[in-house]
Structures are given as structure tokens and as C-alpha cells.
Design a protein around this ligand. Structure first.
Ligand SMILES: NC(=O)c1ccc[n+]([C@@H]2O[C@H](COP(=O)([O-])OP(=O)(O)OC[C@H]3O[C@@H](n4cnc5c(N)ncnc54)[C@H](OP(=O)(O)O)[C@@H]3O)[C@@H](O)[C@H]2O)c1
Length: 354
């Protein structure tokens, strides 16, 4: 575990010779806000930072505190409004970003979700996706896929190119290939008890999201071996989004105990952001599973000559969990076959959404 001093020194050394374009999905509060703020301070006015979320008032306040590029610089920090639980919205936002940006150096996805810390409520979005999976997985997959051409451009210009999803890395949760969309779990959740007891679909959505993010980074890192992809966990962090009662009002006393423990044991969002940025700036290319101090739990560098090649399902280890491309990965929950099944399922779902 790096000390805070090491992390701060490493982050302070980041001084690119170009103007980095940094997109933070979830930059209007929590870890994403703190990362955007820290990167803005660090780069002074020499960065183009775009924060994405729903809350325009919070975004205005945050952007107002950033060091400002001048008009002659030719870029300005921006807020892009998007309810990312809708994949149609994510597609539209990404299309407009692709139309006006030349490249993206850092795509950071931190947005929690409605009840991101809650085990009690689960619903299905109007697009038919489990609400936890929509925010914890589908929108992350779609932002990555749709903005990758811009990240590739950054790499081709010899600049940093990194996609980071901040969720819950390192637990080695398996990608279970039955009921990938959790529709069965949703139908088994008893509606009457929603909001009172933990719901099967909510708990499964939270856990599956962790596993699916491993699959997400593995899939895209295999296709783009020249770029860095990271799934990182922030650890326990005091943010607005993580301060709800996780077990609902019926188990409120237990929830309060958990919240008190959390307050005692958590990092602030500013401290957490320093470790996340340490992980963001520390890599060249490949797949990285990182802990809440930015340390690498496991990593895999794909052969750069195999661009646009998906994971090889003919390998003898393709069915083995925790093994990526024949290499045992600590804290990684995929197998090559389960990642392929997840991606096929994801594409099938996304194809039904205009
Ligand atoms: N905090 C923790 O202790 C902890 C622990 C483990 C894992 N995590 C995970 O780490 C990540 C960062 O944590 P966090 O506590 O910073 O999360 P958070 O507070 O829940 O995230 C808040 C951000 O998510 C955005 N957001 C929420 N719903 C959105 C939607 N429908 N569309 C667009 N943006 C949306 C919010 O923007 P608007 O309000 O503007 O919409 C805000 O910018 C999350 O994925 C969380 O699940 C956190």
C-alpha cells in the first residue's frame, strides 16, 4: 500500500505536454466530483474536463471552482447532462461527444445509482434492464464502447489513454452465465416486501455488477491491447450517495450501526480521489484490477499485435474462473467463456434499444 505522501508526489508529477481531455461520468458528487476537482487543481487550466451527471446546479458549482481556461485557449470545462440509467441517453450523449471531440485521454466512470448502496430496492428501467445493473454495468459498458474511438485517437497521438471504472474490484465475484439480466431474480423478489427486507434482485444486482465490471475491462482490454483499462474499488468512502440506510427502515437499527461503522472507517472523498488518480496515472496499457489504495491486485498485458481480437475461447483454460487468457488473476471474477457470454448477452440487450 503506497503512503499518502507517495501518492501525492506521484500525482503531482503528472504534467502532460498536451491538454488532456478528461471525462468523469458521475463527476457531480462523490468520488467522481473529488477526482474531477483534484485533476482540475493539478492541471491548473491546462485540461479539458467534462463532467457527466443529472444535477446541473451541483455541476455549475463544481465547475465554477475550477481554474478556468481562457477563451483564447479554445476549450472550456463542461457539464453534460445525462440520466445514465437510460442507454438511449448514453448513446445520444456519446454521439454528440464523438461529433465534437478529437480524442479522450481519461474516461473515468464513477456514477453510483439510485440506492447505490442499498440492498432493498430493485426495479426494472423503462428499457427493461435491472436498475442496479443499468448503472453498475450496462451504462459503463456503453460509455466505454461508444467513446473508445476517441480514446484510441489519444493513444495514436502518443498520449495517455485510460478507461477506469470505479466500482468494487478485487473480490473475484464470478460471472454467472445463467440469468445474466437477473430477470428470474426480479420475478422471485417479493414486491410486497420491497423497501422492507433486502430484495434478491437488488442483492444479486449489486454482486453481479462487481463481477460484470471485471468482464467489461477484460473484454475491451483484449480488443484494445494498446490502451489501459482498470476496474478499481474505492473502499469505504463518505459520499452523499453512500449515506442511505443500506437495509431499509425495517432493519434501521442494524443500518445505523453499519453507517456509524462506515463513518469511523471511511476515507473522505478527497482522500479516496488521490488514490484513484494514483491508479489512473500509473499505467501504460493492459488490464488492471486495483484496490482502494490504487495498488495493483492483478494485471494482464495482451499481445499488442492481436488488436481487435476477442478472448480466445479455444484455449484449454477458457472455462476456468479467475483465469484470463491462460493467466491466473488474483481478485478477478471472469473466465474467458463467461466474459464472452456476458458480452454476447449485453450486445443482444443493447441491440433492442434505439
Ligand atoms: N462510497 C462508497 O463507500 C463505495 C463503496 C464501494 C463501491 N462504491 C462505488 O464507487 C463508485 C463511486 O462511489 P460514490 O459513493 O462516489 O457514488 P455516488 O455518490 O453514488 O455517485 C454519485 C454520482 O453518481 C451520479 N449518478 C447517480 N445516478 C445517476 C444517473 N442515473 N445518471 C447519471 N449520473 C448519476 C451522480 O450524479 P447526479 O446526482 O448529478 O445525477 C453523482 O455524480 C460508485 O459506483 C459506487 O457504487 C462506493
Amino acid at each position: 500500500m503506497p503512503s499518502l505522501a507517495v501518492v501525492e508526489a506521484s500525482n503531482a508529477a503528472f504534467s502532460p505536454s498536451y491538454i488532456p481531455v478528461i471525462i468523469v461520468v458521475g463527476g457531480t458528487s462523490g468520488v467522481g466530483q473529488a477526482m474531477a476537482e483534484a485533476l482540475a487543481r493539478q492541471t491548473k487550466r491546462d485540461a479539458h474536463i467534462i463532467i457527466i451527471g443529472r444535477n446541473a446546479t451541483a455541476a455549475e458549482r463544481i465547475l465554477a471552482s475550477f481554474p478556468k481556461p481562457t477563451e483564447s485557449d479554445g476549450w472550456a470545462h463542461e457539464f453534460v447532462q445525462c440520466d445514465a440509467s437510460s442507454m438511449a441517453n448514453v448513446r445520444a450523449v456519446c454521439a454528440s461527444l464523438r461529433a465534437r471531440l478529437k480524442s479522450v485521454n481519461f474516461l473515468i466512470i464513477t456514477a453510483g445509482g439510485p440506492a447505490s448502496n442499498s440492498f432493498i430496492e430493485s426495479s426494472v428501467t423503462p428499457e427493461g434492464i435491472n436498475s442496479h445493473l443499468a448503472m453498475r454495468y450496462f451504462m459503463r459498458y456503453l460509455f466505454t464502447k461508444e467513446l473508445l474511438p476517441l480514446v484510441v485517437c489519444a493513444k495514436e497521438m502518443g498520449q495517455h489513454a485510460h478507461v477506469m471504472t470505479v466500482l468494487s474490484a478485487g473480490f473475484g465475484m464470478r460471472i454467472r452465465t445463467t440469468d445474466l439480466g437477473l430477470h428470474e431474480a426480479q420475478s422471485r423478489s417479493i414486491k410486497l416486501l420491497q423497501g422492507i427486507f433486502p430484495s434478491i434482485a437488488a442483492v444479486k444486482g449489486l454482486v453481479a455488477g462487481m463481477a460484470y465490471n471485471d468482464g467489461l475491462v477484460a473484454h475491451f482490454a483484449a480488443l484494445h491491447p494498446e490502451i489501459a483499462f482498470t476496474h478499481i474499488q474505492p473502499g469505504s468512502v463518505l459520499t452523499e450517495g453512500s449515506s442511505s440506510l443500506p437495509l431499509g427502515w425495517f432493519l434501521a437499527p442494524l443500518s445505523w450501526v453499519l453507517l456509524c461503522l462506515k463513518r469511523a472507517l471511511s476515507h473522505t472523498q478527497d482522500e479516496c480521489a488521490k488514490y484513484m488518480i494514483y491508479g489512473l496515472l500509473d499505467v501504460e496499457r493492459g488490464l488492471f484490477i486495483r484496490d482502494n489504495y490504487g495498488d495493483i491486485i492483478s494485471a494482464h498485458v495482451f499481445n499488442p499485435d492481436r488488436k481487435n481480437a476477442p478472448l480466445d475461447l479455444r484455449s484449454l483454460t477458457a472455462q476456468k474462473f479467475g483465469v484470463l487468457n491462460g493467466v491466473l488473476m488474483k481478485g478477478y471474477g471472469g473466465s474467458d467463456a463467461s466474459v464472452a457470454a456476458l458480452v454476447a448477452y449485453t450486445e443482444q440487450v443493447l441491440a433492442t434499444i434505439p
